[in-house]
Design a binder for this molecule. Structure first.
Ligand code: FAD
Length: 326
């Protein structure tokens, strides 16, 4: 019997999150011959997203519709997904380790009575087994886990597993299901967006983060300019959030968001262990700090000792120049 991997996709405003494609690629590492079944939840118009999942490697996709699925609640999504999961009886289930994935997957795992390996950063096939690697102790160590019995259920940390190349000629069945959802204990009536950060931190390729060294709300302006030129987003340390220089939705670290961009520029951040927990897996780390002894330099690939208010505008100008000449 062919193995079957179910990938729970996630769309925001009818755009799939990249981690959905990364989860499809991870499904192929689990078993390259497995049938990959995508599943999406929403209220309308997800067929284009479903087709995109096929183009990135899913063999077929089920779209579950109900008006209540327009807004995420774990109760409604669990009611929508559980019958599909039971019907498909997959050998493995994968989802992105996003805010929704973090909340939904433990609920699904407990209802299905299976274990959950969360926040996986790497998958590796060793013989017949798949080894899942995940960070522990705020990223100070990694553990490697093997699921020896039952359905392998895992969440994948964004930006760690390369998606497969898109093949627009690839075809696969897209089917729709009208879900029956009732007896919900929580219904979301309205969503009020607190801030617009200009992008999603957890999936950003470039993050320009500011700390207490930025000194004020206005001090963040040059960071936004640099992020803009680099096509990135702005983040912050808790020090900056506590000082009210920016909103807590920008906080990166143990009690904030975890980011794994290609480029992380830390500006006026000392490098406390709780901050490192959220960004130390970034591919290239640049630190700007006026204190040469700041511990952020211990993990930085490139360190610039100096005043961030002098250095950041120079970097922004240099990147603008590069853009003009490239
Ligand atoms: P500081 O430590 O004050 O560092 C400011 C830095 O700016 C200094 O290194 C200074 O040299 C430099 N600087 C000043 N002026 C300039 C200038 N003009 N140019 C260049 N450099 C300059 N922190 C997080 O970030 N995220 C978390 O999720 C988090 N969770 C926590 C959870 C717990 C339970 C606890 C106890 C703490 C947590 N913290 C977290 C807080 C953490 O311990 C640090 O206090 C915090 O990260 C410090 O922020 P900072 O680096 O911006 O500030």
């Amino acid at each position: 019997m062919t193995n079957k991997v179910l990938v729970i996709g996630e769309a925001k405003e009818n755009r799939l999150r990249n981690v959905t494609f990364e989860a499809i690629a991870a499904a192929k590492v689990l078993d390259e011959n497995a049938e990959v079944v995508g599943v999406l939840c929403g209220d309308t118009d997800l067929e284009a997203c479903a087709t995109e999942m096929v183009q990135y490697g899913a063999d077929r996709v089920k779209v579950i519709y109900n008006e209540i699925l327009k807004t995420y609640t774990s109760g409604a999504y669990a009611q929508a997904l559980l019958p599909v999961i039971k019907d498909e009886a997959p050998t493995a289930i994968l989802m992105g380790h996003t805010a929704i994935g973090k909340e939904l997957t433990p609920k699904l795992a407990s209802r299905l009575n299976v274990g959950l390996v969360s926040d996986v950063t790497e998958l590796e096939k060793v013989g017949d087994q798949v080894v899942f690697t995940r960070p522990i102790y705020s990223g100070k160590a990694f553990e490697r886990k093997v699921v020896i019995e039952g359905t392998a259920f895992a969440t994948i940390r964004p930006n760690n597993i390369a998606p497969l190349e898109r093949d627009e000629a690839r075809s696969g069945e897209v089917s729709t299901i009208n879900a029956d959802i009732n007896d919900l204990s929580v219904i979301v009536k309205e969503i009020i967006n607190k801030t617009a950060t200009g992008g999603d931190l957890s999936e950003a390729r470039v993050v320009v983060a500011g700390g207490r060294g930025v000194k004020s709300k206005e001090g963040f302006d040059p960071l936004y300019e640099l992020a803009d030129v680099l096509g990135g987003v702005v983040g912050a340390s808790r020090g900056a959030c506590d000082a009210d220089y920016c909103d807590y939705s920008l906080q990166i670290g143990q009690t904030g968001k975890v980011v794994t961009p290609d480029l992380y520029i830390a500006c006026g951040i000392s490098g406390a262990i709780q901050h490192l927990a959220g960004m130390s897996n970034s591919k290239v780390i640049v630190a700007i700090n006026k204190d040469p002894e700041a511990s952020i330099f211990n993990i930085a690939d490139y360190g610039i000792v100096g005043d961030l208010f002098e250095i950041i505008p120079k970097l922004t100008e240099a990147f603008k120049e590069l853009k003009v000449h490239s």
